[in-house]
Design a protein around this ligand. Structure first.
Ligand SMILES: NC(=O)c1ccc[n+]([C@@H]2O[C@H](COP(=O)([O-])OP(=O)(O)OC[C@H]3O[C@@H](n4cnc5c(N)ncnc54)[C@H](OP(=O)(O)O)[C@@H]3O)[C@@H](O)[C@H]2O)c1
Length: 338
């Protein structure tokens, strides 16, 4: 199976990505046991199908090591020249407090070594506490490391619009911000999208399929009890659904999505992904992959085979209009972490 050209996005002049990225939080241990051998084998299945882009972080358990191992096996199966087919976007999530150049060097050095790369394709920076402006020091150090050739592009995750402006005004070039964005959590529409459009910044989104809740599997089901929420992702987005409008309204949303999915011979998850991919400034949607446990390659490939029409959008909008405004309930992108 090969994905169509429309699956690709020129993320930066020297980096093209698949618009559905494979999320590796799911290998961290908080989503069930992952067998490393099966996981690496499955990474080839994703790559060979056209899903060549990976999203990971320094703290996602073995994720960076998996990239390193995958690259080494890739060279054995193919060649070192073809390594440029793989895009691996990691994150640095430092503990709150002062950030020195030495700390930045150590963190970047660790990721380079674990991922077995000479230069990180993308480094996405997270910060816990805006009251501590050390995030600007950290980003300036990261920009220096970038100029030395160890980071290709600098990015953020979970930053709000106000801080994105402060960072941009400080002259730090950011290519993307990774934020939660789904039919349920549409906070980026309020301010983030407009700012990104005006400053040539793209969005990478997560939570778009709500940990799998946005699927036929949960249509017509009563609210889930605690024991059924058996991954960190399901717990996270079940809470988000509660804040958004609750399980009954979510069932209405699934009920509106099902006929749209059927019409396009796609799935409910595909419709949710397509909707977000069509938003301005969205470069890609990250979909979590429980490597070696569960796999959605064929289904997710269908996202690139249909377009939503005006009728589809209006039947979705009827349900969305009944939900709470999460911008008011939670705050801007990433505020749930602070
Ligand atoms: N920057 C941040 O703070 C942050 C936070 C969260 C996540 N992320 C990134 O985003 C990635 C995604 O994580 P997430 O928590 O947002 O999870 P998600 O992508 O919303 O959900 C992933 C789960 O959805 C299910 N799924 C995927 N495709 C499906 C389909 N076509 N039909 C039905 N179910 C489908 C799978 O469940 P099963 O495995 O059960 O089949 C999969 O494990 C992470 O790996 C990480 O890279 C970043």
């Amino acid at each position: 199976m090969a994905l169509p050209v429309s699956s690709r996005f020129q993320f930066a002049p020297d980096v093209s990505i698949c618009r559905i990225l494979n999320g590796m939080w799911q290998v961290s241990g908080a989503h069930g046991h992952i067998d490393p051998r099966r996981a690496i084998a499955e990474m080839f299945a994703y790559h060979d199908a056209g899903f060549t882009s990976w999203d990971l972080a320094d703290h996602y358990g073995p994720a960076e090591d998996f990239i390193g191992e995958f690259r080494r096996e890739f060279v054995m199966r193919h060649s070192a020249q073809r390594l440029s087919e793989i895009q691996a976007f990691t994150k640095w999530v430092p503990r709150p407090g002062r950030v020195t150049r030495r700390m930045v060097d150590d963190a970047i050095g660790r990721s380079l070594s674990r991922m077995d790369v000479e230069c990180l394709d993308l480094l996405q920076f997270h910060w816990w506490d805006y009251a501590d402006r050390s995030y600007l020091d950290a980003l300036k150090h990261l920009a220096d490391v970038q100029h030395e050739g160890k980071i290709r592009h600098l990015a953020l995750t979970n930053f709000d619009t106000e801080r994105l402006r402060i960072i941009t005004d400080a002259g730090i070039r950011i290519v993307s911000n990774q934020v939660q964005y789904s039919l349920v959590d549409r906070r980026p529409e309020a301010a983030m999208e407009g700012f990104c459009r005006d400053h040539n910044i793209t969005l990478l989104t997560y939570g778009t399929v709500l940990g799998g809740l946005l699927s036929e599997k949960y249509h017509g089901r009563p609210a889930l009890y605690r024991g059924e929420l058996n991954t960190a992702s399901l717990q996270k987005y079940n809470n988000m659904i509660d804040a958004w409008g609750g399980w009954a309204l979510f069932q209405e949303l699934l009920g509106a999505l099902k006929p749209i999915a059927d019409k396009h011979q796609a799935s409910v998850a595909d419709v949710g992904i397509r909707y977000i991919l069509d938003r301005p400034t969205v470069a890609g949607v990250i979909v979590g992959t429980r490597l070696g446990v569960a796999q959605h390659i064929a289904d997710n490939a269908r996202v690139f085979s249909f377009a939503l029409d005006a009728e589809d959008r209006s039947s979705i909008d009827v349900v969305l209009a009944k939900s709470r405004d999460l911008m008011k309930a939670i705050g801007d992108c990433g505020d749930e972490y602070r």
